[in-house]
Design a protein around this ligand. Structure first.
Ligand code: DQA
Length: 146
């Protein structure tokens, strides 16, 4: 079982960027915790972050030949307008969980709309970094059932 963890623009700044909103945990720490949980669950993962939408699309396409069983993604601001990212996720067709550290529905109006949500299995928003791990557990439990 192979899972991708993808983080979009500005999430490389986690731990430093607006800690009152996004917390003090860094992306490196999240990737270590995620990879450890993946290993515990007997799966494999690849972690990827980019500030560029096209680079994320390229990454997704590059992973297709290796097999993609599930995706955990925090698309950052691409959530709100990233149509080529949405198309690429839809093309891959693997169950996808959209994660946000902050509660996007309790913030500015422009953050309330997600172009990713309609093609995602579900969305976790407002629970901080642990939601990446909960999303992973959900995916592995669901994939195991199939
Ligand atoms: C975010 C919410 C987005 O609106 C924002 O652009 C981000 C982070 C979150 O994790 O809460 O970069 O996805």
């Amino acid at each position: 079982m192979r899972v991708l963890l993808i983080n979009g623009p500005n999430l490389n700044r986690l731990g430093h960027r607006d800690p009152a909103v996004y917390g003090t945990t860094t992306l490196a720490e999240i990737e270590v915790a995620f990879s450890a949980r993946v290993k515990e669950r007997g799966a494999e993962c690849v972690c990827f972050q980019s500030n560029h939408e096209g680079a994320i699309v390229d990454f997704l396409q590059s992973q297709i030949p290796n097999g993609i069983d599930g995706i955990v993604i925090n698309p950052g601001a691409l959530t709100h307008y990233g149509l080529s990212l949405r198309d690429a996720l839809q093309d891959v067709g693997a169950p996808t969980i959209e994660v946000h550290l902050s509660n996007i529905h309790a913030r500015e109006e422009f953050r309330r709309h997600s172009v990713i949500a309609p093609i995602a299995r579900g969305q976790m928003t407002g629970f901080g970094w642990r939601a990446y791990l909960w999303a992973l557990d959900y995916l592995i439990d669901e994939i195991d059932k199939d």
